[in-house]
Design a protein around this ligand. Structure first.
Ligand code: KIV
Ligand code: NA
Length: 265
């Protein structure tokens, strides 16, 4: 199999071929998604929520992200693997940002990193790229800043914030980012930004005009069932199916219906 690279994604944008991206945090699901044909696997810091049970993405550590990423990379034969720099591993200064990005590349074998923000992190973005590490950017509802926003509502509805986002997108492209995630912004703003950039945009809650789409695996597979924002399309209900399976198993064990003779040595 031929590996998807950042160059592949540029070509897909140029030819109008949409990019599919899903989060993954472990070897088994990474293997499954990769074999199903996903283009990009994101080891998201959403692991903090869906794997560790935290309320926000803030608590997850760089060491924990490295553990998840090294598991995912062992399952990915074709997909490009991108890893989130977690909160606290890059915001304070660009030397720390480069050191964190290098740790991810060296200790996991991943192909690229992602970080949140625009102008505020531009120097870090430039230094990470100068170190030879591809960077995916992330604008709009950036969850590491949730306590600044105070809400998970749609971002950039007001002109001032939309203008900053337009400017940030351009700056990130000029700095050499290979793609840009747009999270929870109006579809028309995402359309405009996608048309203005040469690099692909990957949307989540950002409408159909982005060059690709990303969802959190637990949300789209229905492992989580409480989180139901309008942008989410749930393709499966693992919650209900797994609950039934586990209940049946408990029943079978209790009634001595499992194991039977064929299942015994
Ligand atoms: O951490 C994550 O899952 C993400 C995606 C939602 C873009 O950053
Ligand atoms: Na993230």
């Amino acid at each position: 199999v031929k590996r998807i690279t950042t160059n592949t994604l540029q070509k897909m944008k140029a030819s109008g071929e949409k990019i599919s991206m899903l989060t993954a945090y472990d070897f088994s699901f990474a293997t499954l998604f990769d074999a199903a044909g996903i283009d990009v696997l994101l080891v998201g810091d959403s692991a903090s929520n869906v794997m560790a049970g935290h309320e926000t993405t803030l608590p997850i550590t760089l060491d924990q992200m490295i553990y998840h990423a090294s598991s995912v990379i062992r399952g990915a034969r074709r997909a490009l693997v991108v890893v989130d720099l977690p909160f606290g591993s890059y915001q304070s200064n660009s030397e720390l940002a480069v050191a964190s990005a290098i740790r991810i590349m060296k200790e996991t074998g991943a192909h690229a990193i992602k970080l949140e923000g625009g102008e505020e992190v531009l120097e870090s973005v430039k230094k990470i790229i100068a170190a030879g590490i591809p960077v995916m950017a992330h604008l709009g509802l950036t969850p590491q800043s949730i306590y600044k926003f105070g809400t998970y509502n749609v971002r950039a509805k007001e002109e001032a914030e939309a203008n900053k986002l337009r400017k940030d997108a351009k700056l990130l492209e000029e700095a050499g980012c290979f793609a840009l995630v747009l999270e929870k912004i109006p579809a028309n703003l995402a359309k405009e930004v996608s048309a203005a950039l040469h690099i692909p945009t990957i949307g989540i809650g950002a409408g159909k005009y982005c060059d690709g789409q990303v969802l959190v695996m637990h949300d789209m597979l229905g492992i989580n069932t409480e989180f139901k924002p309008r942008f989410l399309r749930q393709y499966l209900n693992i919650h209900d199916q797994a609950t039934k399976a586990v209940q049946k198993y408990i029943e079978d064990v209790r009634s001595n219906n499992f194991p039977n003779d064929n299942e015994s040595y």
